[in-house]
Design a protein around this ligand. Structure first.
Ligand SMILES: [Zn+2]
Length: 54
C-alpha cells in the first residue's frame, strides 16, 4: 500500500513546478525548465522551483 502512495506522489510532483514570482503551481516538463523554455501562464515569469521543496 505504501508503495502505491509513493508512486502516486511521484507522478503528481514529478513534473510540477512553482513559479517563484507568483507562486503559481503548474505542470511542466523538467526538460523545459532546464532549457529555459518554460514560462508561467499567470505572470510570464521564467523562474521556477520544484513543488516539493520546503
Ligand atoms: Zn508566475
Amino acid at each position: 500500500m505504501a508503495i502505491k502512495v509513493l508512486a502516486a506522489q511521484n507522478r503528481l510532483y514529478k513534473n510540477a513546478f512553482v513559479c517563484k514570482e507568483c507562486k503559481h503551481k503548474m505542470k511542466l516538463e523538467s526538460q523545459k525548465i532546464l532549457t529555459g523554455k518554460a514560462r508561467c501562464r499567470k505572470c510570464g515569469g521564467r523562474d521556477f522551483r520544484p513543488v516539493r521543496k520546503k
